[in-house]
Design a protein around this ligand. Sequence first.
Ligand SMILES: [Fe+2]
Length: 338
Amino acid sequence: MEPNLSRPMKTLNNEKTLDSSQVLDALADAVILINLDFTVRWVNKAFTILTGASREQVIGKKCHDVFPGTICGTSECPMNSVGIEVEQVRYEGDKHYACNRSSPGIITASAFRGTDGTLLGIMEIVSDMTPLYASRERFRKAMGGIIQAMSLTIEKRDPYTDCHQRRVTKLCRGIAGEFSFSWERTQGLRMAAAIHDLGKILVPAAILNKSGQLSEPEMLIIRAHPQTAYDILKGIDFPWPLAETIYQHHERLDGSGYPRGLKGEGILLEARILAVADVFDAISCFRSYRAAVGQEEAFQELKMNRGIRYDAAVVDACERVILQGKVDLDSPEPKEKQ
Ligand SMILES: [Fe+2]
């Protein structure tokens, strides 16, 4: 593209003086300068665009009135440590503004010092991450959709496990709640549960649908399914240990499981939860014509091997979730909270 030569050109060198506020106003990131008494001393132009508040509305006000947040007045507030323990802190989170706006951002709070090194205040720089978060969210939803499609593919092929993965997913979500898993960690467990029998895709339908006793070679083919799933998933860089959790879902605390005979803490907590949810649903659905009987038998197996084959705390959590009706295994999955 040809440069517009008719436009008057003026370089920075031609400026007689260059005010530092001009430079900060040219930044795309919001800048907030806070005095030691927590009053806002100055904000740049990007701040006014991000928040919709004018300089007059915020300068001179206390920072916790301009950005009300849950960490205000707590030890987590960076104002407490910046300039005293550390020169700079950087964190990711939602920045809330008094004008009822909020945006996800990366916040860098740095000590603001005079030429003699005296601490004068704190300078916060807020990088608005809204567009990045939006594309991350789209990616997350697409990934959830792919996992769901894989789950349906497995269930369509194996009528005996129809809905099994969905019920196990719901039970895992309930148990994760008992362990106070973060939302992110719960998502990883849900995804693993939703496709935990993915490896059965290589098991011939005649074996999957066989009604009688399985022969030894047939059993070996079935028992290969955690390894198959692992081989399919191991190359995908999920933000959770998805492949490993599925690989371990038939391992047992006492080493009696398969395929690797892992023991105790050598098995991921996610896999210990998935194992209990899987066994609970498999046994209770075996008597699906009388749900109560099925659940009783499932609890019997879990309690008999509590602390032996199955993690004791997970068995207890599963019992609480079911008996207190914390999840309804047969209702459709609720829409995900955003
Ligand atoms: Fe399985």
